[in-house]
Design a protein around this ligand. Structure first.
Ligand SMILES: [Zn+2]
Length: 385
């Protein structure tokens, strides 16, 4: 497959500002028009507001089980990043293609779309499905609607390849994540009367220390998975907001924390441990002063982890298509965990490096797109045989 067509399509895709907060419908309409011209059927799976959509498309017989090529259409914001050119206009320099989303992950989408004429050229015995989602960058939100629909379909796909940037290495695992928002209610009073109030900031601090202690326990004594750069489950608090003035005992504090776990641990169990400490240890003291005081927790986002056997069929096939016997696990989350949880074996393998994703002057190397094109060519050949 010629990379020329891929670059041309990538240029069009990067031109749409599909930052997660925006609608992605203009990009979806562009892809639909491209598919129409090739005579390929497609289906939109809209979000509740009707302003964002997943796109599902099948090349080949829809009565046989086949393979999914999955990617997200949204990109992270360019706000406060120092770009040396317009991020939504693709620029080629020294074998690199610069633009927001070029690497994460419109380069993969473009590779899939550019391969459709080849997929169509001779009959496929097994179909290839394209799954293009929205709102991946804000917690793998969009693809869930599409997967719910897939679960009801009469024919279940054999496997899914998620094309997040891995430099075409086969990724068989990533951590699961759960992030929560805690709201601490106290009772306000003048700071000179501090013991008569309940200081929400101080009780938040006590719970944040508990989260830190759990994280240190996991690091020192927890289960290990050496395929990860950070080979154990982690936790941390990232945002704290509370208080208005030093002479007022604050009656409210909000903070956000997360756990990212290897397969041996469970993010829900860890969150339960935090909640139990708040309920059983901290709240009795708070309520003794002010019955209305206490903690409330709300899940912000999360996704299941990915854990595929090195010997699994999907791993073996991905290595064969990529011409790469190596496998690894990565720190970042992907939609692969959700597909896998739905019973569709999945691995992550895509062009570009995560080192270039989410940054100013994001780029994908042309050579990476060439490797991705070869991967898809091998998949197409496999689907014919
Ligand atoms: Zn991504």
């Amino acid at each position: 497959m010629s990379v020329h067509k891929t670059v041309e399509i990538l240029e069009a895709l990067v031109g749409f500002d599909t930052t997660s907060r925006n609608s992605n419908l203009e990009l979806i309409a562009w892809v639909e028009d491209y598919l129409d011209r090739l005579g390929i059927a497609h289906e939109r799976v809209l979000d509740a507001t009707g302003t964002k959509a997943n796109l599902w498309s099948t090349i080949g017989p829809d009565t046989a089980p086949g393979y999914i090529l999955s990617g997200h259409t949204d990109v992270v914001p360019v706000d406060d990043q120092d770009w040396s050119h317009d991020p939504f206009s693709l620029i080629e320099r020294d074998g690199r293609l610069y633009g927001r989303g070029s690497c994460d992950m419109k380069g993969f989408l473009a590779s899939c779309l550019a391969a459709i004429p080849e997929m169509k050229a001779r009959p496929l015995k097994r179909p290839i499905h394209l799954s293009f989602s929205y709102d991946e960058e804000v917690g793998c939100v969009g693809v869930r609607g599409l997967i719910a629909q897939l679960k009801r379909a009469p024919v279940k796909p054999i496997a899914c390849f998620v094309g997040e940037p891995t430099e075409m290495n086969v990724v068989i695992g990533h951590k699961s994540k759960l992030s929560l928002r805690a709201t601490v209610r106290g009772r306000t009073c003048h700071s000179s009367l501090a013991p008569m109030g309940v200081n929400a900031v101080e009780y938040a601090a006590k719970l944040i220390v508990k989260i830190r202690e759990i994280s240190e326990r996991l690091a020192k004594k927890g289960a290990k998975d050496e395929l990860y750069d950070v080979p154990f489950t982690t936790g941390h608090t990232g945002v704290v907001k509370g208080g208005t003035a030093l002479n007022i005992v604050p009656d409210r504090c909000d903070f956000e924390f997360e756990f990212r776990s290897i397969a041996a641990d469970n993010v829900d169990t860890l969150a339960d441990e935090v909640k139990a400490y708040a309920r059983d240890v901290l709240e009795p003291d708070m309520k003794a002063v002010a019955p209305e005081a206490g903690f409330a927790f709300e899940v912000k986002s999360g996704f299941p982890g990915l854990e595929v056997e090195p010997q699994a069929d999907v791993t073996r096939l991905a290595k064969q298509f990529a011409g790469n016997e190596h496998h690894c696990k990565v720190a970042f989350g992907t939609e692969a965990g959700l597909f896998d949880e739905a019973g569709i074996p999945s691995v992550v393998v895509g062009p570009g490096s995560i080192d270039q994703a989410h940054k100013a002057d994001e780029f994908v190397a042309v050579a990476e797109l060439e490797k991705c094109g070869q991967f898809i060519d091998q998949l197409v050949a496999h689907c014919r045989s």
